[in-house]
Design a protein around this ligand. Sequence first.
Ligand SMILES: Nc1ncnc2c1ncn2[C@@H]1O[C@H](COP(=O)(O)OP(=O)(O)OP(=O)(O)O)[C@@H](O)[C@H]1O
Length: 254
Amino acid sequence: MTQTSAAPPGADTAEHAAVAIDLVKRYGTGDGAVTALRGVSAAFPRGRFTAIMGPSGSGKSTFLHCLAGLDTVTSGSVRIGGVELTGLSRTKLTRLRRDRLGFVFQSFNLLPMLTAEENIRLTGRLGGRKADPAWFGALVDALGLRGRLAHRPSEMSGGQQQRVAVARALLTRPDVLFADEPTGNLDSRSGGEVLGILRAAVDDYGQTVIMVTHDPAAAAHADRALFLADGRIVHELADPTIDGVHAVMRRMEG
Ligand SMILES: Nc1ncnc2c1ncn2[C@@H]1O[C@H](COP(=O)(O)OP(=O)(O)OP(=O)(O)O)[C@@H](O)[C@H]1O
């Protein structure tokens, strides 16, 4: 299996929205300990869309959570926009996540009592900043949510809810948008729409997107795919196609 070249220690943080160097993540201690990441290094260029793939249990979500400061690392370094995350106080980490990162999860994570508009504006409000009205309007139109702004999550389809979650994540113009199986709960049509929107966020707004997915069709929307196996990056594919991703997965299984 080819070793990835996406691991430059000391990668230039002006060019990279996120850099991970030699990440190790161990859960638990003693006999019950599980090592989920075994020295993962990768650099994520600004304005690019990266898919993280690999078999179940290979460490994809752990890697994403460590990169996004949602989980602590056992050792190694994570930098977001040049800021070293390891060693940041809880308060500073919370502020950095809120101000500079966007998140989209499989389960949408919208607040049920709030309307679509209130959900979209929530992160910005927590930061005490008023969203740029033109940007809010552009996002709402681009995501086809203009007619849904007064609806609560229970009054929207899964695809619409996920589009609200994407709008919420993009409203603060984050350094990185992290997506963990964003199409996992959607039918293929709604999933395709959400992936098209993530692609457009990269192409039209220069957004950096890092997405965990099981789905070769989802990974084919990305500019590159990184493949994890047993806590290590074992392959990298530029401009992945569905067939190309399948071929790597078959080789990994064989
Ligand atoms: N909180 C935790 N405590 C203990 N072990 C964990 C924890 N979270 C993950 N693991 C273990 O770490 C390893 C990697 O898990 P992770 O969820 O990152 O894999 P994944 O590739 O995202 O899997 P999936 O595709 O099934 O979601 C697995 O062996 C898992 O059981």
